[in-house]
Design a protein around this ligand. Structure first.
Ligand code: SAH
Length: 213
């Protein structure tokens, strides 16, 4: 499959849909306009790639809805060169958006099949996360901590303490919290011991699974 003018046109329309839904961050919108989302999905679903919808990928997982990706990335308030931990690599689309925003990305996936598939795809496409790890993101990545930003792209029943502890002071964690539905939640670490929590709208994610490797 290739990336063509037609795909570019569809991405511009998708970016407009996201603007209409309230996304305003120019870097994030440019990433949406730039990244060939259809290549992150099976070719037979190409027609769905530029609708604002989540879609099934391998191993019973989903590629997040573009609005969700844009909303979470906007909440991160990234500045160039930040060290970002992503939990739930999945298709790699969110990873690519973070890379376009000039983040240094550490990403963790617990499904071996997806981990392998997505890493081959990263190589083929020239996307270069600092580290892509097969493992349980519930524990974060203590060896590389602290992080400027942490993003969780699966629904967490509660906020993993390990992730809060791996944030820099001033750092931000964006995580959907809940079971059937999740509330998008932002934690800002205001001091060594304090966090400021803000809740946003409700979303639907596949579950963040603990200790199931
Ligand atoms: N960002 C991805 C979203 C994929 S869905 C995308 O846009 O494609 C969420 C992903 O989180 C799934 O691939 C799932 O396998 C993964 N996941 C669930 N629990 C996890 C855990 N404890 N550690 C790492 N990854 C996890």
């Amino acid at each position: 499959m290739k990336d063509t003018f037609k795909h570019r046109g569809m991405r511009n329309k998708l970016a407009q849909v996201l603007i209409d839904k309230g996304i305003g961050n120019k870097t994030v919108l440019d990433a949406i306009r730039d990244i060939p989302r259809h290549l992150f999905m099976d070719s037979s679903f190409e027609g769905h790639a530029y609708q604002d919808k989540a879609f099934p990928i391998a191993a019973n997982q989903t590629i997040s809805q573009p609005y969700t990706v844009a909303f979470q990335t906007e909440l991160l308030a990234l500045e160039g060169g930040m060290k970002v931990l992503e939990i739930g690599t999945g298709s790699g689309y969110q990873t690519a958006v973070l890379l376009k925003c000039k983040a240094k990305v550490y990403t963790i996936e617990r499904q071996l099949e997806l981990f392998k598939k997505t890493n081959l795809f990263f190589k083929k496409m020239g996307y270069r996360p600092k580290k892509a790890i097969f493992g349980d993101g519930y524990k974060g990545l203590p060896d590389e901590a602290p992080f400027d930003r942490i993003i969780v792209t699966a629904g967490a029943p509660e906020v993993p303490k390990a992730l809060l502890s791996q944030l820099k002071v001033g750092g931000r964690l964006v995580i959907p919290v809940g079971f059937e539905e999740q509330i998008m939640t932002l934690y800002v670490r205001t001091s060594e011991k304090e966090f400021e929590k803000t809740e946003y709208g409700s979303f639907k994610f596949v579950p963040l699974l603990e200790d199931k490797n």
